[in-house]
Every structure is written in C-alpha cells, then in structure tokens.
Design a binder for this molecule. Sequence first.
Ligand code: DAH
Length: 340
Amino acid sequence: MDLKELEGIISGILDKAGQEIEGVREGARLEEWKVRYLGRKGEINRIFSLMPGLSDGLKREAGRMMNDLKSRLSLMYEEKENDSVESSGSVNLSFPGKPASYGHLHPISLTIREMSEIFKRLGFGVEAGPEIETSYYNFEALNIPDGHPARDAWDTFYINEKEKILLRPHTSPVQIRMMEKNRPPLRVVSVGKCFRRDAVDATHSPVFHQMEGFMVDRNINFAHLKGVLTYFINRMFGDGIRVKFNPSYFPFTEPSAELSMTCIICRGKGCSTCKNSGYIEVLGCGMIHPQVFRNVGYDPEKYSGFAFGMGIERMAIIKLGITDIRYFYQNDMKFINQFS
Ligand code: DAH
C-alpha cells in the first residue's frame, strides 16, 4: 500500500464518520458511533493494524496521518457531545422540550364562571360572604326562628352551638349581609362553599357549592323573577330548554317556587333521570318575604324583590353530563382533564 491509497481510505472514513455523526440525535446513538470509530474494534484500530504491512519508509508519515485521523474523530465526538448531548449521554438538549403543563380550571370553577357571566350580563354584581356564619344571618334574619321545623332542612355543622357559630349550610345569609350594607336598587349573586351533615353518595357531599341571587327595587314582581331565571337557564343550557315554576315553600320567600327545566338527557321525552316526568328540578326561588325586609330595615311597602338559590354541582352535573358528584372531589386527572 502507498500513501495515496492510505490517504483515500482515511478520507473515506472521515467523510462517512462526519455524515453519520451529523444524523445522531441521542446519546445512545453517539456512543454507538464512538464504539464504531474510536472503540477497540473500531475503524481507528483497524487502520493502525495496517501499519506492520507498510514499508519502513512510509511508516513515519502513515503514523502521522493515522494519528491525525484519530484526533479529528475524537474532536468530532467531543463537539457533538458538548453541543447536543448531556454528559449522561441520555438527553439531547437540541431537541424541542416537552411543553409545560400550566393546569386549568376545575369543572366546578368553570361552571361558577359561566353562571356568573350570565348574571353579570343582566347587571348583577358578584359578591362573596363568609363560610363561617352566625345563626342570626343563617336562620333568624331569614325568617327561620329557633325551633322552627324548617330548620331541619339545613342539617347544620355547628362550630360552637352555644355561641351560635356555624358552617353555613346555604348561601342565603349573604342576601342579608348585602341588604344590610347597601340600599336598593340591588342586584347581586353570590357563590361559595356550603356545608351540611350529609352522608356522601352519588348526589350528596358534606361540602358543596351554591349560588344565591336576589334583586330588590320598587315594583319588582314575579314576572321579573321568571324573566331573569328563564334567561339564565336558556343561556346556560340552550334556547330549546323550557322552564316550569311549581309552588314550593321556603321561610324567606312568599310565594316560593321550585324551578324545573326540560330534562337535558331525554329532552322532555321521559327517562330514568327525570323519573319519566320530562322535567328536572334545578333551583328554589320566590319573592322575598316582608319579614326579611323588616329584618334588614327595608320598608316592605316600598320595596319588593325576588331571590333564588341553586347548587353549583347540580348545574355542573346537568351541563357536563356527569353521573356522580364524588368525581368532583377525587382529583382524578383523567376526569378533570376532560373539562379544560
Ligand atoms: N337556601 C335554599 C337552600 O339552600 C335555596 C333557596 C331557595 C335560596 C329559595 C333562595 C330562595 O334565595 O329564594 O335550599
């Protein structure tokens, strides 16, 4: 073999090694490349093994060329390792990264936002009240005196029964706080956590959320109540949904009603969800009781108003087609990520 021939072999190896390393994208591949060229049975050692077959006159120059090839290949390896491969050899820093997950709102928060937006469009303000309440705001001011049988409807957790401090079982006390602090005209919704001594099952949770709303002004009547709530239901669930108001009883409203809407599952045809009635009950409402107005210092001869209260979980269950309230609190990402 003469030097020309050796030169040809060497430049062939350099070209091939250069092309191959170009396409390397991960540490493991780079290590394979290194073994192929610089390893014990690699190309470099194969070239060196040609040495004994060369004439003495060529050995010096051939040795220089081979060492040069070895340092060029080593340099290629180091450069590649530095610019794209972490030293562990397993991560390619030149790859685009995985996008970070920023998280998203919980389906209950999404439902609260959607409901609040609808009421904001009608000019309602959104307020919050305390989760720890006094018995006065929670019961007495709402025309539910001590010993009144209706109290049983709100199975309440007491923090201190003697001092009458409790975890609010509904958001209605916010009505009282808002009316005490402001003068009519008033249009307010308030949203938040409520607590009841309920055993957990598919439709009950001891912690849940409610939205309360009310409107007070001169000459507010039942038609205003129907108009506002029908608008809300149609924006929330669609224009084709019909609403029905059935007589009901709440101590803080007179008259009181229960609003039912077309069953969203069967669209009114009748199914197991609506117990074949075609309608599902979604909220309580009514005209604010004169005694409630007196309790906050409003003249019931001068002012009138309506109020309503509903469960957020119930709204979300209907809207999102969820079958069990417990899903909301289990933090199962497979569930939660469906509602981003
Ligand atoms: N507070 C009631 C409950 O928890 C819901 C309710 C009914 C609120 C009628 C109201 C209303 O403001 O007018 O069951």
